[in-house]
Design a protein around this ligand. Structure first.
Ligand SMILES: Cc1ncc(COP(=O)(O)O)c(C=O)c1O
Length: 396
């Protein structure tokens, strides 16, 4: 018999994945072209040619041992150096290669960070609405997740609530920017205020309160917006990054942690991350992907593709009278449910073959998330279904 804890996890398993599977079932019944699946954040733009080329070159030029062997738990020094150089060039930071730990995506990075900093019962704050997997990642390391309310309708964090929620036990605050599920970018002003609050609370409680900056959507930004780079505002910061979205390679599982060089006990933190990477069973990040990254650190997927989708779906939904904040980044849109019980709205949408995920999955009931990392054609085909859905609600 599997553990009680895992039975609970299985029972409450991700609504997003469940919806994805439901979509496949529906496609069998009504035909794939008649299902409008906006449930999963699975990037679908082509992988940049330079990244594919770098994989081919690595396979052709490296020896098997170098390419496929074990390495330092933190990753290949050349890859870590390439990440450090890239960040320093873009953000004016001062990372050495030793401040970078290569990881199994952002999911791996977050688990490695929490393994390194949490003692049982330590609290981690997340700004609602947030990526629901954080609950599991924090619980994996006996931490307790606490939520901070959003300021609605801007979906910037409610800073008074943040200040109230920080206690003696608070060890970290996760900041996901741009935000999954709203597409909002937390402004520089917001980040400065958050940093000020954390500094004050660190002094009050005499221990570190870390910022964990989860930023897999850093490069997916629109309208010339900028995402503040958090080590510039707060020293006790871990940046967790994934190439899943910027290179459209989520299955390859590659990311990194960048440790702010000015962090308290920085060397000890780096040692902790390396050991955590090993004992969590990741051992090291995938080696071929690390090799390919050395030569293609600037490769990016086509953000204009997502922007075109964003304009189409946001334009149509607001024209139909649905309320949502205009996404500034990532590829999600957070729609206010036209009825208080979001589950009913998700079901109503499903009757029109539109698959959405309820805001409760992101600790924000009364809303639904729509992932527009889909084909433009699918969005076009879905518009009459959205029209019918809107009509249904206008009649109510
Ligand atoms: C906010 C956020 N953090 C972390 C992750 C995990 O990223 P990865 O699958 O690249 O590890 C995701 C994935 O969708 C995400 O949306």
């Amino acid at each position: 018999m599997i553990s009680k804890q895992m039975r609970q996890e299985v029972a409450g398993s991700s609504a997003i994945r469940a919806m994805f599977l439901e979509g496949k079932e529906l496609a069998k019944q009504v035909g794939a072209e008649n299902v409008y699946d906006f449930s999963l954040g699975n990037p679908m733009t082509p992988v940049p040619a330079s990244y594919n080329q770098a994989i081919i070159e690595a396979v052709q030029t490296e020896s098997s041992l170098e390419l496929h062997g074990y390495m330092d738990n933190a990753g290949y020094p050349e890859t870590r150096q390439a990440v450090a150089d890239n960040l320093n060039q873009r953000f004016g930071t001062d990372f050495l290669y030793t401040h970078i730990v290569m990881t199994v995506g952002a999911a791996g990075a977050l688990n490695v960070v929490f393994k390194t900093i949490l003692d049982p019962g330590d609290e981690v704050l997340a700004l609602a609405p947030y990526f629901g997997e954080y609950r599991g990642y924090v619980a994996n390391h006996q931490g307790v997740l606490r939520e901070v309310k959003p300021d609605i309708p801007s979906f910037q964090p409610d800073l008074e609530d943040l200040e109230e929620k920080i206690t003696e036990k608070t060890k970290a605050l996760i900041i996901n920017n741009p935000v999954n599920p709203t597409g909002v970018i937390y402004s520089e002003e917001t980040i400065q205020k958050i940093a000020g609050i954390l500094e004050k609370k660190q002094q009050e409680y005499h221990h570190e309160i870390y910022m964990v900056s989860d930023e897999p959507y850093r490069e997916l930004i629109y309208d010339g917006n900028e995402v503040p780079f958090l080590t510039k505002y707060y020293e006790n910061t871990f940046v967790t990054y994934s190439f899943s979205k910027s290179l459209s390679i989520p299955g390859e599982r590659i990311g990194y942690i960048a440790v702010c060089p000015q962090m308290t006990d920085c060397d000890q933190a780096i040692q902790g991350l390396s050991v955590a990477n090993r004992i969590l069973g990741f051992v090291n990040a995938p080696s071929l992907m690390q090799k390919a990254l050395i030569k293609s650190m600037d490769a990016r997927t086509d953000v204009n593709y997502y922007d075109r989708n964003r304009q189409l779906i946001y334009g149509k939904l607001t024209e139909l009278g649905f309320a949502c904040v205009k996404p500034q980044g990532a590829f999600y849109l957070f729609l206010k449910s036209p009825e208080p019980e979001e589950k009913n709205f998700v079901e109503a949408a499903k009757r029109h073959h539109i698959l959405l995920v309820g805001g409760s999955s992101f600790s924000c009931p009364g809303y639904v998330r729509l992932a527009y990392c889909v084909s433009y054609e699918m969005i076009e085909r879905s518009l009459p279904a959205f029209e019918k859905l809107a009509e249904e609600y206008q009649k109510k």
